[in-house]
Write a protein that binds this ligand. Structure first.
Ligand code: CTP
Ligand code: CA
Length: 222
């Protein structure tokens, strides 16, 4: 029997993925960011590519090289990520938000390096756009997959997030398990319920997500 990748379960699908953290400048040399290695998003981009999809990866700063065989767009801030995703959303069938997007940016960002002698700066924060919720609410929305990193109440918080953002599929994980690690333990949440997966290497988690995604896409078509 042919396995997942021999069967190219995502052949003909155009997949847009966000990965990594975003970086919100405070001044020219400092910023606010989230802890995110980008490993899960990159593993998912590779798994989609290996399953035959045409992949566009919008990546925050991770320091990782671009995987072969896909298009990578490099961004820094959440607003840059938002603009890059919106520019490509019309040409994709699936959107997967893996990025740890900063929820706030600095409103009073300094044009020059802030000097210590000037006293502690008071940062004014303003909310960033929710990229995933925006894409999921488009009139011709692609099939949207979200990630939820929680530190407690995993399933309850993640399920509320899935409903709020109107996502057919959400991947829930505990931030303390996932952050920076090579392995991850996730639960897939969809309209049918909860699907817990064992702790595995991120490449294997990514393949399992692709398999689940492909089966949901096949159901949507029928
Ligand atoms: N996300 C996004 N744009 C944002 C914030 C989040 O696209 N501005 C996406 C993430 O990529 C992820 C999902 O939304 O797929 C959930 O992100 P998360 O930070 O867990 O949820 P929030 O809705 O931001 O809620 P909170 O941080 O309060 O838990
Ligand atoms: Ca958030």
């Amino acid at each position: 029997a042919l396995g997942l990748f021999e069967r190219k379960q995502l052949a003909g699908q155009r997949v847009l993925i966000t990965a990594g953290p975003t970086y919100e400048p405070i001044d020219t040399v400092r910023g606010i960011t989230n802890i995110s290695s980008g490993k899960m998003g990159y593993a998912l981009a590779r798994a989609c590519r290996d399953a035959g999809a045409e992949v566009t990866l919008v990546s925050g700063p991770t320091g990782m090289p671009a995987p072969l065989g896909l298009a990578r767009i490099d961004v820094q801030s959440a607003r840059e990520m938002y603009n890059a995703v919106l520019a490509h959303a019309g040409q994709c069938d699936v959107f997967i938000g893996v990025a740890a997007v900063a929820d706030y940016r600095v409103k009073n960002r300094a044009e020059h390096k802030i000097k210590k002698g000037d006293g502690a700066p008071a940062l004014e924060l303003e909310e960033n756009p929710d990229i995933l919720a925006t894409i999921a609410a488009l009139p011709a929305a692609p099939f949207c997959v979200g990630f939820a990193a929680e530190s407690q109440n995993l399933i309850a918080f993640a399920d509320a997030k899935r409903r709020r953002k109107k996502l057919p599929l959400l991947v829930a994980n505990l931030a303390q398990h996932a952050m920076g690690a090579d392995s991850n333990e996730v639960t897939l949440l969809d309209d049918a319920g909860e699907h817990p997966l064992p702790s595995m290497d991120k490449a294997d988690v990514a393949r399992a997500i692709v398999q689940h995604l492909a089966s949901l896409l096949a159901q949507t078509k029928n």
